[in-house]
Design a protein around this ligand. Sequence first.
Ligand code: XMP
Length: 520
Amino acid sequence: MQDIHQEKILILDFGSQYTQLIARRVRELQVYSEIVSHGLSLEEIRARSPRGLILSGGPASVYDSQAPRCDPALLSSGLPILGICYGMQLMAHLLDGQVTPASKREFGPACLWVDARTDLFAGLEENGEGLPVWMSHGDSISRLPRGFRAIAHTDNSALAAIGDETGRRFGVQFHPEVAHTPSGKEILRNFLYRICGCTPNWSMRSFLEFSLEAIRESIKDRGVICGVSGGVDSMVTAALIERALPGRVDCIFVDNGLLRAGEAEEVSRAFRDALVGCHLVQVDATARFLKALRGVIDPEEKRKIIGREFIAVFEEEAGKLRQRAEFLAQGTLYPDVIESLSFKGPSATIKSHHNVGGLPSRMGFQLLEPLRELFKDEVRELGQELGLPEKLLNRHPFPGPGLAVRILGEVEPDSLETLRQADAILIKELEEAGLYDQTWQAFAVLLPVQTVGVMGDERTYEKVIALRAVTSSDGMTADWARLPYDFLARVSNRIINEVKGVNRVVYDISSKPPSTIEWE
Ligand code: XMP
């Protein structure tokens, strides 16, 4: 079997907000990439056998004593290197160049003129107008390191890109990884194929074949338990293991009573239709969760209770299957893996998310995480390779604590029913208007306030539904979706007419930050 990790690019993280984006761009060009700490030594890097290195951007100034560095030996190791922004400045600084605060800081779009004879810019057409690129820097290189020459400039930067062709070391001041640099992909392609000599062999088809083999190897004739939620990650995990070892995986689906309308049925249907043969244990734990949540209004308290109950139910069910299974599978993704090695350290907990973290070791399971190398988009692609339905793969994210964090205040059966109906109307209308895939997440929230209304000749005093729809790429930042007025009017009308107990609908126009996507 061909090892799809053989041609690997390592990205040294200096704390840029774009580091993950660089890794994704490289993979889109079908070369496997990994993010590593900037502090690895040359030996540690060599042990991973990369074809080339990319030094990420970062917020620091290279001349500050606290600024993150890489092992200087990397720069003369003969490995091909591309430094981006801070990465380029660091390369200049650690060699014998000089970096100083720029006389004019550059943030935003700029026009780049390149020397197309150099490999990095081969094939790029400027058409006499320059190439649009995205800049974001306050420092610049004031003296070139030995062996380097200028290979591109902008109006503000004489050294917008530098290169040492014989040493295969390059640096760019702009960000080729962002969408605002339209030719960025070409530049990265040149680096990967022409300069590092990589061939495109990372695809979801090759990953699938590789993983099937790897799963068979590690599981052999033993059994696997997989927790499923109806979300993309857990369904793809289950489907992948089932494909590798038909009949060997038991899936546990805990219905916590906090799901959206028809959701529990959808999960069992997905199993019947798309995961044929996969054994599903569906547990209706509604009563248990609602009892535990009675009288609770604090959001973090709700999360803790739901997390605790989930683990207890899951543990009970997994215990029944213990005889058959030695492995517990989880849909951990690459961003979770790198978060734990993050340059910035673990970020402050704004909302505590639960998972079954401590379970495998406590119950003596071995952990199986077949998606831990993948980004979300890649998981969707893998799901397609596995033949899972598009609708399931393109579902909006849904939080573990479910509707409990969308009912502000106490969670009661009546409120759940009201919210389910309102939410179902919003989602159905989004789908019918072709807007579902254009929003990253959309849902209804039930507010704990009553307002006055008039229906017919009657005065009403009923609840308020807030609609939330956002655009985002990863949920870390988000903007409110500019849904058409006519659409909002239709949804509002339908909710007020069809959902008993609601007489007002409002639309949330806050972005994240400073708001969050969920209301609790
Ligand atoms: P916030 O509200 O923090 O949400 O802007 C960002 C993304 O995370 C989801 N979310 C959660 N997911 N457990 C989860 O599994 C949680 O407790 C939780 N809280 C928020 C939210 O739906 C959005 O996609």
